[in-house]
Write a protein that binds this ligand. Structure first.
Ligand SMILES: [Zn+2]
Length: 126
């Protein structure tokens, strides 16, 4: 696993330069990896024109590395034989991890959401 390359953009944004490369290495959909990263960082972000992931806030390369490690252990490595040779499939609204090596399969936890969607305060009682 290559370490994440991270740049600061101004004072309020962080650019994850080799995001797409790491998705390719893990054989995972960038959308899924991005959703996990943003939920774990508790921020929002998007891909720029050069396919780099730009997120709001200041984060160190370590932050990304820890989250990617967790992603790999939750969504890439087979819990049975520890092979990274797995496929993530979506059925209905659930994700399943299927191992190419030992053939085992299991459902994986959906990505938690919430941080990004909570914007501002609601006025209650008026
Ligand atoms: Zn396996």
């Amino acid at each position: 696993m290559r370490p994440p390359q991270v740049l600061r953009e101004g004072t309020k944004k962080t650019v994850f330069v080799n995001f797409m490369d790491l998705c390719r290495i893990m054989h995972r959909q960038p959308d899924h990896v991005m959703a996990f990263l943003l939920a774990e960082l508790g921020t929002s972000g998007s891909l720029d024109g050069q396919q780099r992931l730009v997120v709001k806030g200041r984060f160190a390369p370590k932050n990304f590395e820890w989250i990617l490690r967790r992603y790999i252990s939750d969504y890439v490595i087979c819990p049975g034989c520890k092979s990274p040779d797995t496929i993530l499939m979506k059925e209905n609204r659930l994700f399943f991890l299927r191992c190419e090596k030992c053939g085992s399969g299991r459902s994986v936890a959906p990505i938690k959401a919430g941080f990004v969607a909570r914007v501002g305060r609601r006025n209650t009682g008026t």
